[in-house]
Design a protein around this ligand. Structure first.
Ligand SMILES: [Zn+2]
Length: 184
């Protein structure tokens, strides 16, 4: 098999563990412990959220709430970003990097069929794993900081003086040029 053409379906885990929206955090935690997993997907017909060990730690334990009295719906991360099973692994890597997430539910025709994590990807392809780490770093370090910053000066595209220049892929552009880019 050509490693470059691996699709998500070939690398994902089948049958991810799911819970319903009204499942208590206690039940979900028991399930995660029993199955030896760190997260489960919240499903209401289609996947609508995900809860992880860190959600339980931060939103239940640290808040001193009772796990049997909190539903997963209250602490899940939602909405979730999902991926199609038939796209190349690179696509999953990029999505994870851009969205700053480590796992993606795999959905086919609205139905949850699997889950793919950065670990699954690094097992399939160490090179892709490197790319995913790069994307991760870029998304965390550069985008978060640079996108927020506003500069004053000459637009590097049209030369207009502006007090509202923003960094777009390393160039400082005025609002008009940024708008023009968006419509290309
Ligand atoms: Zn401009």
């Amino acid at each position: 098999m050509n490693k470059g053409n691996v699709i998500v379906k070939e690398a994902m885990k089948m049958k991810p563990i799911t819970v319903k929206t009204k499942t208590s955090v206690k039940e979900a935690a028991d399930l995660m412990k029993k199955k030896g997993i760190g997260n489960c997907i919240v499903v209401d017909d289609t996947p609508i959220g995900i809860i992880t060990e860190s959600d339980i730690l931060k939103k239940v334990v640290a808040e001193d709430l009772k796990a049997s009295e909190v539903t997963v719906e209250e602490i899940m991360s939602t909405p979730i970003i999902v991926i199609d099973p038939y796209v190349p692994l690179e696509e999953a890597v990029k999505t994870m990097g851009k969205c700053n997430i480590r796992r993606l539910p795999v959905v086919e025709n609205g139905e949850l069929i699997g889950i793919i994590t950065q670990k699954d990807i690094s097992r399939m392809s160490p090179i892709l794993h490197e790319i995913s780490r790069e994307w991760y770093d870029i998304s965390v370090r550069d985008e978060a900081h640079l996108r927020r910053q506003i500069f004053s000066g000459k637009c590097e595209d049209c030369g207009t003086l502006s007090t509202n220049l923003k960094n777009v892929d390393g160039r400082l552009l005025c609002e008009d040029c940024i708008d023009a880019l968006a419509y290309q």
